[in-house]
Design a protein around this ligand. Structure first.
Ligand code: ADP
Ligand code: F6P
Length: 319
């Protein structure tokens, strides 16, 4: 029997390109004669039944905007079986036959559990962290990387004028990709990530080496949640007797107009999500590998080698 209605929601931290993904889901579904309900505030809205019908008009000119028109939320109730059962009831009441969840790994955990309760769910990786191993890129990562590079470029201007070093803390939760790729793009001299953590002595000796070679302005890029960067700066300062500045880039990294790369990625992924739901798939996450849109079982999203060792080896040659 032909599918009549599907739902789409955004969950967890917002990421630039989520709107482009929503647009693609709506346009593609409409193309196949399927109605779309937008579910507001992630899983919270799914439990409460907060929905808006989405048609061509509602998604007109949203692809160029950051954030998410559907709003997003972290929903503790959904972590409990009872909350998820309430969501299933809402889904039935609304006549939603398939659900697209746009979010990060937490949202995917929730989606997997929902699929175990008999709901057909497809996930799109919407997170600036790029922390889902099965996909080379998540929606929003490229935009955020560009924002980080823009900020670092500005810090470099003042650092080089004053011949000073700055520690720059970037987001990523427990994943070092934002730090790694900014360094690969020439953004920093020293990097420390959860995957390759440097201790204080190593940071100091690398910095001292650079200074000895005449490189007096240095950027140290670190992933959030690893150190207290004020304290780290003070420790380096005491050990090397130089002035260290520190900047936490913070939420500026999550906003802004999505890059063309993210819009195209989101659009291709949104179309695949609808196709998978039409085929009756119930537990798939859409991704990209070797420039091809792929889909994998939710249970396998983190059972894949993310291939980052190669990138770290490459970086060693560039720093
Ligand atoms: P992200 O999706 O960006 O990683 P979170 O980790 O905050 O963000 O997850 C978003 C939401 O997904 C949570 O607020 C919760 O509602 C749901 N979720 C996360 N982990 C689980 C889990 N293990 N089981 C059920 N739902 C979960
Ligand atoms: O997952 C995206 C992210 O921006 C992480 O990089 C960061 O650690 C976290 O969300 C911040 O979450 P919150 O919006 O709850 O402060």
């Amino acid at each position: 029997m032909r599918m009549k209605r599907l739902g789409v929601l955004t969950s967890g931290g917002d990421s630039p390109g989520m709107n482009a993904a929503i647009r693609a889901v709506v346009k593609s579904a409409n193309h196949y004669g399927i109605e779309v309900l937008g579910i507001k505030h992630g899983y919270t809205g799914l439990i409460k039944g907060e929905v808006i019908p989405l048609g061509d008009h509602e998604v007109d000119r949203i692809a160029e905007n950051g954030g998410t028109i559907l709003k997003t939320a972290r929903c503790p109730e959904f972590m409990e079986e009872q909350g998820r059962q309430m969501a299933v009831e809402t889904i039935k009441k609304l006549g939603v036959e398939g659900l697209v969840v746009i979010g990060g790994d937490g949202s995917f955990n929730g989606a997997e559990k929902l699929s175990e309760l008999g709901v057909n769910v497809v996930g799109l990786p919407g997170t600036i962290d790029n922390d889902l191993a099965y996909t080379e890129y998540s929606i929003g990562f490229d935009t955020t990387l560009n924002t980080v590079m823009d900020c670092i470029g500005k810090i470099k201007d003042t650092d080089s004028s004053h011949e000073k070093t700055t520690i720059v803390e970037v987001m990523g939760r427990y994943c070092g990709d934002l730090a790694l790729y900014s360094a690969l793009a020439g953004g920093g001299e020293i990097i420390s990530t959860p995957e390759r953590k440097l201790d204080l002595d190593t940071i100091c000796s690398k910095l001292q080496d650079n200074i000895n070679k005449g490189k007096l302005d240095n950027i140290i890029i670190i992933t959030e949640r690893m150190y207290d960067i004020e304290k780290l700066g003070k420790c380096i300062q005491e050990k090397l007797n130089i002035t260290i500045r520190s900047t936490v880039l913070g939420y500026i990294q999550r906003g802004g107009e999505p890059s063309v790369f993210d819009r195209i990625l989101a659009s291709k992924m949104g179309v695949r999500a609808v196709e998978l739901l039409i085929l009756g798939e119930r537990c798939r996450a859409v991704g990209i590998r070797n420039n091809k849109i792929i889909d994998v079982d939710f249970r396998k999203v983190n059972c894949v080698d993310s291939g980052k060792d190669k990138e770290y080896d490459l970086l060693n040659q560039l720093l």
